[in-house]
Structure formats: structure tokens, C-alpha cells
Write a protein that binds this ligand. Structure first.
Ligand SMILES: [Zn+2]
Ligand SMILES: [Zn+2]
Length: 676
């Protein structure tokens, strides 16, 4: 709360008044706000190679939207231009009564900390029957002094309470008494900067105290004073005269300026490999953190965060549905996912939870679907452009599902697996082999026996990876600085205590594990360590976990299909379905033309998510070889006349696209002869 409030209040005061504060004081009072050296250094969004312009274009479109509420505090945000026109409008009003009406009409643009202004205007205009706006403002200013005086009394009271609570020494008591007297001498109406005066007095006091809870005392006391100081700031006048229109203009300017709509990033350290548009958000000036941190963590104590965030997503969605942004339906949908992920589900809004969100989700889905008009995906025997394994078409899948449902014994199911081995992804080889071997050695083996053994195998595999990771952490720990080493130790302890005992009865708690990795491995400051080893702690675990999940089919699916083992076999086949992959992901505004399309199996497509091709290639070098294999098949299809004429240009545009996106790392070769 502490550093959050202080910068807001201090604002432009800070520049003038820091003269007397020593370096040490700064350290003492500002320990949280030091900017950190991170991968983000150098201006964030502009560093992304080929998407740079996209992000800029998107941001510009976003900035021009109207009627957007702040995702944090819920205030309706204003552009610089609308602030100006509001101020101009307010300046033209003659009577106090119309002024009050006007304020009430625009109340949603007034930041929370100034809401009192509107109520006070109404009360004062009624109570004193003021005619003109300037007189009304004078009354309100006098009122703000009373409010400040009450807050000062509160501060004194709190000083006494804190002294008792922390059982301060006699020497400290004397200091607190002196502080009490100094605060007592403050006259709000005469102070030019009452916040600064109080802050200085309290700071001087606590810095001289010997009690160990001085930070706590400082925070508690100042927190009592912040709202009043903020409010009084509104009436501070740089000129001495409070009676003219220039004064009114100043007040109004301040009243609305906190609602200025800023573009910000949600988290620092968002992967450069991912789409930065999704990490972009509009937020009011008052809620924008002084340094980029983690918007939602920074504000985690705020009330109504989930409601305000939902409203924001709805506002942007409405604009998109009204055609204000083209091809942007991905943004609200992806944003919901990102925020839920990074807040550990603390802010978790379903994309179907409100009518507007439902509508935008449908639009998003339709936009995705409209693209899938890529003929190659409908042909049999096309190798996945990523893993190189043979994909199956939708019709093939239906036929295979039908065959599965016709089996009646484990032996028949095993025969099915042997016959269709080539369409089951090799990642499931251990499952397929086990089923075949188990049935071969015991024809009467039951499904339950098979499944429970498979679950044991899966748990063992996960455990094996955990032990490898523990060993890796143990070794790497010694090369790190003490603070980082402690994080690795924390990882080791937590894995030992919470995860190592892998259950065969339920799915591995991968989400919790991934959170642990985030909090320990990815919190290590050593960048070299993070980039080199960070994902190792997750990748193998994630793969084994995904494999394990198919062993726990839903009861409802089980009933529909007939048996749990049949569902498991179906799910293994499902992963091989041919899908159209957008090389540059759709939600990164990947081009809607065939150069950007490739057929991938469902498994790979799911795993690739919206990674850039270059990053995907870094993770899986075999992609180069497999893309060639895929392209060879396509060229073959073209020569045999199996594809429409316009596909003759595909090998050229596709190869060029892949080459460009990987900075020349993947070079695809082909020769297109005359059609046979
Ligand atoms: Zn806000
Ligand atoms: Zn694949």
C-alpha cells in the first residue's frame, strides 16, 4: 500500500521538495520502486522483429477507442482531447446550479479520490445557495480545510495509538510528542503544500526513533492522511487569486487528469516470443504504476478488481463489435486468458460469462474458422509440418472412431492399435506398446488392469522427471549468487514436500507445479540461468502431464463411447488430426493467405500456441527437416494434379515466408515440374 499511495499523492510536488532528503532516506522510503534490469530494457514493444509495426498499429487503434473504463479502478477514461473539451465546457458554465448538474452528468469521469468533489459541490450549492461557480468553489475549498483538519486530528490520534501498540521507549515517546505538537501547529488553510509538511514532520520523527516498527508507524500514519491531502491538492492554486476563471480551469484540469487514458503493458518480462498486443492494456493515469511491474499484482489489494477488469474487456469488445477495430476479436479473448494465468486464477473471467463476451468469443471463433479454407488439410497422408508424422483427415477420424466403438474385447482393441499404428503419434508409443504387450501375454486382461498400470507408468515418468529436475537444481544452485541459490533451494524443498509423491489416482497438479517454477526458477535474477535452463524445469513435465491427462477421461465421455480405454485410444488418435496452422499466429494478426498456412497435427498445433516460428524452431530443430518433408508431399500432390491450380504458387510463397520468419535458418527446397 505504501509505495502505491505515496507516488500518487506526491506527483509534481516531489520535484520541488526533495532537497532535504538524503540518499539513505530514499532507500528507506522507496525500497520497492527501484526499476529492475530486465529483458524488457530498451523499450519493450519495439524490439519485436517482424511484429513491431503490428503492435504499434494495434496500440494506436486501441488508444482511439471511446467509452472505456479503467480495468483497475473502473473510472471512465478520457483522452487528452476529451479532458480539454470537458474543462472548456465546465469553464463556460455560469450558474452554480448548472455547474452541479454538469458535474453529476460527468461523474463517471471523476477518479475515485475526487468523487467527494461532486458531492461537496451539490451540498454546498444547496446549503449556501451560491449563485456563481467561483463562490461555490471558494466554499468547497474552505470545506476541504475542515476535511484536512479532521485528517490531521486523525494523524495525531494514530501517533498516540502507534506509540502504545509498539510500546515505544521513553525517548521515542518524547519524539512522538514533539511530532504531535508540530502537527498541531499546521493550519491547512495557510499551508501551500500540506502533504509535504506532514510527510516531512513524520519522516523526521520516525527516522530519529529507535523502535523497530518505524516503517509500520510511518505507513499507518501517512495512510490516514493521504485521502485528505489528495483532496486538498485539488484546490491548491499556483496564483494567489481564487476568484477567477483561471482558477476554475486549474481545478477542473486536476479533477479529470487522473482519468487520462494511458497505454501500458500488463507484465514486465512478457516473453518477447509472444504477441505483445495481448500484453497491452489501457489504464487510467492514476492506476498506471510508476514503473512497469505487473499491473494486477501491483493493484492486487484493490476492491472490485475482477468486476472492473470484466467491464474493461466488455468495453473494448463493444468497440470491436461496432467495427472500431478490425480483426481484433482475438484481443479480449486472449486477454481474459492471460490475466487469469498470470494472477493464478485470482482474476478469472469466463469468455462466456456475459452476453457481450459471448458475442466477441463467437466473433473470434468465426474469424478463426473463416481462415480454414486451405485445401491441403482435406487430403490424406500429409505429414505434420512440425513433427513430420502422418496426419489424418476429419473423415479418417470418424471412420477410426467407428472402428474403435465396434471392438468388444481388449484383444480387438489391441488389434486395432496394431493396424493403425502409423496414425498414432509416437509420443504415445509407450502406451500403445504396453497395451499390445499386456494383451498378448494375457488375453483375459481387463481394461481396469490395463488402465491402472498405465497410470502407474505415467506417475513414474513424472516422478523420473522431477528427480532429474531436482538433480539439475542441486547442481546449478552452486553456481548462483546466494539469493538465487536460495530460490533454487526453495524449489527443491517444495518439490520434495509437495510434488515428489506422485499419485496414480489423480492427475498431477501441474498448475501448482508451474506456479512453483514461476515463483522460484523464473524469479532467479541471473538472466543467463533463466534463458538457458528455465524452460527445462517445465517442458518435460508439461509433456508428461499432457500425456497423463488422457488416462483420466471424463465420466460423461466414457459413457458415450462405451469404455474408458476406448476413450483413451480415441484421444491418442485425435492428436493426429490435420489442422491448419497459422505460421504467424492468427492472434498475432497472421496474414490470411496461404503463404502463412501449413498443415500440422493437432498435438503440435496446440503446443505451438502463438509462439513465433523462430522460437518454435529453437525449441525443436527437427521442424526444419519436417517442413521439408511436408513440402515434398505438397509438391507431389501438385504434380499429380490433386490440388486446385492456385496451389502451384504455394511452395514458393510458403518457402519464402518460412525463410524470412526464421531469418534464413530454415531453407526449403523443391522443384516443380510440368504437371503429369
Ligand atoms: Zn484507474
Ligand atoms: Zn505434429
Amino acid at each position: 500500500m505504501f509505495t502505491k499511495i505515496i507516488p500518487n499523492v506526491v506527483g509534481n510536488i516531489q520535484a520541488v521538495n526533495n532537497l532535504r532528503e538524503s540518499q539513505d532516506k530514499d532507500k528507506f522510503f522507496n525500497n520497492e520502486t527501484k526499476p529492475k534490469l530486465t529483458s524488457n530494457l530498451g523499450g519493450g514493444i519495439f524490439r519485436i522483429n517482424f511484429k513491431g509495426n503490428e503492435v504499434v498499429d494495434f496500440t494506436n487503434e486501441l488508444k482511439n477507442l471511446e467509452n472505456i473504463h479503467c480495468p483497475i479502478c473502473g473510472v471512465k477514461m478520457l483522452s487528452q482531447k476529451s479532458i480539454q473539451s470537458l474543462v472548456t465546457e465546465g469553464n463556460r458554465i455560469v450558474s452554480a446550479k448548472s455547474f452541479v448538474n454538469w458535474l453529476e452528468k460527468n461523474e463517471e469521469y471523476v477518479p475515485e479520490k475526487y468523487k467527494k468533489f461532486v458531492a461537496s459541490a451539490k451540498r454546498n450549492s444547496q446549503e449556501f445557495n451560491t449563485r456563481d461557480v467561483e463562490t461555490l468553489l471558494s466554499k468547497m475549498r474552505e470545506n476541504s480545510y475542515i476535511f484536512t483538519q479532521n485528517a490531521l486530528d486523525d494523524v495525531k490520534q494514530t501517533l498516540v495509538e502507534m506509540g502504545e501498540k509498539y510500546e515505544v521507549s521513553d525517548a521515542d515517546k518524547v519524539l512522538l510528542d514533539e511530532c504531535f505538537v508540530l502537527i498541531d501547529e499546521i493550519n491547512p488553510a495557510r499551508e501551500k503544500n500540506v502533504f509535504h509538511s506532514v510527510k516531512q514532520i513524520v519522516q523526521e520523527t520516525v527516522l530519529s526513533m529507535e523502535n523497530e516498527h518505524v516503517q509500520e508507524i510511518y505507513k499507518t500514519v501517512m495512510n490516514k492522511f493521504v485521502p485528505a491531502a489528495q483532496y486538498q491538492q485539488l484546490f491548491v492554486d499556483s496564483s494567489a487569486d481564487h476568484k477567477n476563471i483561471a482558477y476554475r480551469q486549474q481545478v477542473l484540469q486536476k479533477l479529470f487528469s487522473g482519468s487520462y487514458m494511458c497505454v501500458d503493458n500488463i507484465i514486465n518480462g512478457y516473453s518477447d516470443e509472444k504477441d505483445w498486443r495481448i500484453n497491452t492494456i489501457l489504464v487510467c493515469k492514476d492506476c498506471k504504476p510508476p514503473t512497469v511491474t505487473h499491473l494486477f499484482r501491483y493493484h492486487k489489494e484493490r476492491a472490485n478488481l475482477q468486476e472492473n477488469f470484466t467491464k474493461y474487456v466488455e468495453d473494448v469488445s463493444s468497440n470491436i463489435l461496432d467495427g472500431k477495430m478490425k480483426n481484433a476479436a482475438f484481443y479480449p479473448v486472449s486477454l481474459l486468458g492471460l490475466v487469469s494465468r498470470i494472477t493464478g486464477d485470482n482474476i478469472s473471467v469466463s469468455k462466456y460469462s456475459t452476453p457481450i463476451l459471448k458475442e466477441i468469443s463467437k466473433k473470434h471463433f468465426d474469424e478463426m474458422k473463416a481462415d480454414i479454407n486451405f485445401d491441403i488439410v482435406n487430403h490424406r497422408g500429409v505429414p505434420c509440418a512440425s513433427c513430420g508424422e502422418i496426419t489424418i483427415t476429419h473423415e479418417q477420424k470418424l471412420k477410426l472412431y467407428d472402428d474403435i466403438s465396434k471392438t468388444s474385447t481388449t484383444e480387438e482393441l489391441s488389434d486395432f492399435l496394431k493396424k493403425n499404428k502409423n496414425v498414432i503419434n509416437s509420443r504415445y508409443a509407450s502406451i500403445v506398446n504396453y497395451i499390445n504387450n499386456a494383451v498378448q501375454s494375457n488375453k483375459n486382461i481387463t481394461e481396469n488392469e490395463i488402465i491402472s498400470h498405465l497410470k502407474e507408468m505415467a506417475a513414474e515418468e513424472i516422478k523420473k522427471h522431477l528427480i532429474e529436475n531436482l538433480r539439475m537444481a542441486q547442481v546449478l544452485k552452486s553456481g548462483l549468487k546466494p539469493k538465487d541459490a536460495a530460490l533454487l533451494q526453495q524449489y527443491i524443498d517444495n518439490v520434495n514436500n509437495q510434488f515428489l509423491d506422485v499419485s496414480t489416482k489423480r492427475e498431477f497438479p501441474y498448475r501448482a507445479y508451474s506456479d512453483l517454477v514461476k515463483q522460484t526458477i523464473f524469479a532467479v535474477e541471473d538472466m543467463g540461468f533463466r534463458t538457458r535452463y528455465g524452460s527445462d524445469f517445465k517442458e518435460s513435465m508439461r509433456k508428461s502431464y499432457v500425456k497423463q491427462t488422457i488416462l483420466f477421461p471424463l465420466k460423461s465421455t466414457e459413457e458415450k463411447v462405451g469404455s474408458p480405454l476406448k476413450v483413451i485410444v480415441q484421444d491418442m488418435i485425435k492428436g493426429s488430426i490435420a489442422t491448419v496452422d497459422h505460421i504467424v499466429a492468427k492472434d498475432r494478426k497472421g496474414w490470411n493467405n496461404m503463404a502463412n498456412y501449413a498443415v500440422m497435427c493437432k498435438n503440435c498445433n496446440n503446443e505451438k500456441t502463438n509462439y513465433s516460428l523462430l522460437h518454435w524452431y529453437d525449441l525443436h530443430h527437427s521442424v526444419a527437416k519436417n517442413m521439408q518433408k511436408y513440402l515434398n508431399k505438397v509438391v507431389d500432390m501438385i504434380q499429380k494434379g490433386e490440388l486446385p491450380d492456385e496451389y502451384e504458387k504455394y511452395p514458393y510463397v510458403f518457402a519464402r515466408c518460412v525463410n524470412t520468419l526464421t531469418n534464413g535458418r530454415i531453407i526449403l527446397r523443391f522443384r516443380l515440374n510440368e504437371k503429369k
